[in-house]
Structures are given as C-alpha cells and as structure tokens.
Design a binder for this molecule. Structure first.
Ligand code: NAD
Length: 246
C-alpha cells in the first residue's frame, strides 16, 4: 500500500459522503488533510479526534473565501474537488436558475479553486488534482439528469485540459466517475420522490451489481490517483460505477 505521508491534501465537501470518505482515507495513508465543507460544524465533527485532519469551513461558491483560504495554506500536493449538486429533471425542467446553480457549483467552483491551488503546485513541481465527476456526464446519459450531466461533462473537459497544459510540470489531473453511491444527499433525493423504498429499488436496479456503491470504494480511487503510484496517469476519467457503464 502506498503512503501519502508528507503530503498535504485539501478536500471539498468533506463533511459527508464521498468527500468525507476521501478525507479519512487520505489521512489513513498519512496525508495531512484540510477537510473543508460549507457545513463548518459537520466538517469539524468529522475531523474530531483525528490528528491528521484539520477542518475548515469553505463554501466553494464564495470566490473571496476560496482565495483567502488558499492564501492561508502552505502549497498543496493534492486537491480533491468533490463539491457538487444534483438537479433532478430533463431539459424541460431546467431554467436559467437551475442551469446557473449546476454550472456554478459543479464546474465554476472547481475552476476557481483549482486555479488558486495550481501556482503552489507549480512552484513545487508536483501535484495531483482529483475531480469527482460522475458516470452521468459525457460518459453516460441518465433520465432526469440534464443540467447535472452537462455540468459533470464539463468537469471531464476541464480535467483533460488541465492535464494537457501542465503535463510537463509534474502536475497530474484526473477525474473519477462514480455510479450511484450511498450518501446523505442520495437519501434526500430518494425521499424527495415521495416513495423512498421504490426509489431505492429503482436506483439499485440500474446498478448491474445489484447494490449501490460505498463512499469508501470511491475514496480508494482518490487515494490511488492522489499518490505517486499513479505517477504515469493523467487526463483520464475513471469509472467506479458498479458496472453501470458496461
Ligand atoms: P453529499 O452530496 O451527500 O454531500 C455533499 C457535501 O457537500 C455536504 O457535506 C454539503 O454540506 C457539501 N456542500 C454542498 N454545497 C457546498 C458548497 N457550496 N461548498 C462546500 N461544500 C458544499 O455527498 P456525495 O453524494 O458523496 O457527493 C459528493 C460528490 O460526488 C458530488 O460532486 C456528487 O455530484 C458526486 N457524485 C455522487 C454520486 C452519488 O451517487 N452519491 C454519484 C456520482 C457523483
């Protein structure tokens, strides 16, 4: 197993789900982790009792807060862009507000934070950026995921662009495309349908393995891509989707 000792990582949306599991897994491998979330109390609670995780409140939509936090931190080795939002609906359900929120949170915030972090990585001559996209993106269509899929496809485009621009500078940038993964926001989406059990059965049925993913199973891929064992890997979108996209 590779060690991440001596590396400093920042994870967004780390109070719950994939972000939380990623922050915990990175720290378990020895990285110093700055775990951020808009839910400051939530991220403080998850960091409690762990020496290697420092909690900071960060709303990734707040450009000033992003700039101030990065100014305040030492140069990073690892950035995990995890914050995201699902809008449930087709193109006919999408209005300008939905479009803007989807692209602001899923795409623009990632662009801003990555742009703020990159100069420090370039000074070091090394860095790994891991973007949490989704299999529902340019990889695959799914019903009622118009603005979500479009904005997650943008993440894969940014990933490849950043990888291409900085491939000679020691910077790697990859994306992970999860299938359906257990998380608090997934439960909210299931509840919002009005029939939690049926929605859970439907979401599970579309996963060929007959089960949902666990956040820890995404976090393993985050750790691999973050570390030096993935040193020959950049600009790729990795499906961790229980076979949904086969
Ligand atoms: P989640 O949605 O349950 O938790 C998201 C976290 O993001 C919460 O702690 C919330 O406080 C935080 N957050 C929300 N807005 C924020 C903001 N403006 N700034 C900072 N933090 C903010 O977790 P999840 O379902 O594991 O999703 C994490 C990422 O994984 C998202 O980008 C999501 O699109 C992606 N993803 C999830 C699934 C899935 O099935 N769960 C599948 C594919 C991709």
């Amino acid at each position: 197993e590779q060690t991440l000792a001596g590396k400093t990582a920042l994870v967004t949306a780390a109070a719950n789900g994939i972000g939380r599991a990623s922050a915990e897994a990175l720290a378990a491998r020895g990285a110093s982790v700055i775990a951020t979330d808009i839910d400051g109390d939530g991220v403080t609670a998850m960091a409690e009792g762990t020496e290697l995780i420092e909690a900071r409140r960060l709303d990734v939509l707040d450009a000033d807060a992003v700039a101030a936090l990065i100014d305040d931190l030492p140069p990073l080795d690892i950035l995990v862009n995890c914050a995201g939002w699902v809008h449930d609906g087709s193109i006919l359900d999408c209005d300008d507000t939905v479009w803007e929120r989807s692209f602001d949170l899923n795409a623009k915030a990632l662009f801003r934070l990555t742009k703020a972090v990159l100069p420090g990585m370039l000074d070091k001559g090394a860095g790994s950026i891991v973007n949490i996209a989704s299999i529902v993106s340019s990889e695959k269509g799914a019903p009622r995921r118009f603005a979500y899929g479009a904005s997650k496809a943008a993440i894969i485009g940014m990933t490849k662009s950043i990888a291409a621009d900085f491939v000679k500078d020691g910077i790697r940038c990859n994306a992970i495309c999860p299938g359906t993964v257990q998380s608090p926001s997934l439960e909210d989406r299931l509840r919002a349908t009005g029939d939690f059990d049926k929605a859970l059965a439907d979401f599970t049925a579309r996963q060929p393995m007959g089960r949902l993913g666990k956040p820890e199973e995404i976090a393993e891929m985050v750790c691999y891509l973050a570390g030096d064992m993935a040193g020959f890997t950049t600009g790729q979108a990795f499906a961790v989707d229980g076979g949904w996209s086969i």
